[in-house]
Design a protein around this ligand. Structure first.
Ligand SMILES: [Zn+2]
Ligand SMILES: [Zn+2]
Length: 237
């Protein structure tokens, strides 16, 4: 039954991909999947630390960097825009995979504009639990990571090296940052540390609200021998 449902979902995902691109998800005009005007509306100048909200560039302050293992967090937009929420919902839950291209290009542009000194980082998507991935039909972060790695000519980690061993509830359901932290504690493991040892990492995710998932992933990768860990996300909270 599960397999059947996955198949249907996968087919409807492809059909949606085929039909929707003519209409902008923002203003519904016949255009591209996200027209230039709507893209401009998503611009976000937010430069505070995701964790302690101190006003700084790079998305994470120095104090938080020391304890959280994240050297920088760059985001393409903010979750405070209703349109950013719509894009995530359409992409992630309604199977509009054709949004991945525009999301990835916005993320790559944001990374370029941030001017960070990244040393040919290894691109790593935040893994989904395999059952969740099977149910959804795809890992939203994996698809973004593949496109970003291709555009920026960066290496991407092989699947099954960095994995999620436990399912956790969607991050939007957590009541607080503390609760979210508890939900994600110990959910990731590094199966093989060879590819990550001594490497700079570019972690990819679609959304970061409390930052707990990024934090946990960064900790796991750091313990696995990674050097500097940067995060690139589509929308931040
Ligand atoms: Zn539009
Ligand atoms: Zn901070």
């Amino acid at each position: 039954m599960g397999e059947y449902r996955t198949l249907i979902r996968s087919i409807t995902g492809h059909i949606t991909d085929f039909i929707v691109p003519l209409k902008c998800v923002g203003c519904k005009t016949l255009s591209t999947i996200l027209c230039n005007q709507c893209k401009t509306r998503l611009f976000d100048e937010c430069e505070s630390c995701l964790f302690c909200k101190t006003a700084v560039g790079r998305g994470v302050c120095r104090t938080c960097t020391r304890t959280l293992y994240l050297s920088s967090i760059v985001s393409a937009t903010s979750y405070k825009h209703q349109l950013a929420k719509t894009i995530i919902t359409q992409y992630k839950y309604h199977g509009v995979r054709s949004l991945a291209g525009v999301m990835a290009s916005m993320m790559t542009n944001a990374l370029g504009a941030s001017g960070g000194a990244l040393h040919h980082p290894l691109v790593i998507p935040i893994p989904l639990h395999r059952l969740k991935e099977r149910r959804r039909g795809f890992n939203q972060s994996e698809l973004l990571a593949a496109l970003i790695a291709k555009t920026a000519s960066l290496p991407k980690i092989e699947k099954n090296v960095f994995v999620r061993t436990r399912k956790s509830p969607p991050q939007v359901t957590a009541a607080s940052a503390d609760e979210r932290e508890k939900q994600v504690r110990g959910v990731f493991i590094v199966r093989d540390d060879t590819p990550i040892r001594g490497r700079d990492i570019l972690l990819i995710d679609d959304v970061a609200t409390t930052g707990a998932t990024l934090k946990e992933a960064a900790k796991t990768l750091k313990n696995g021998g990674a050097e500097n860990i940067h995060a690139l996300i589509f929308a931040r909270g």
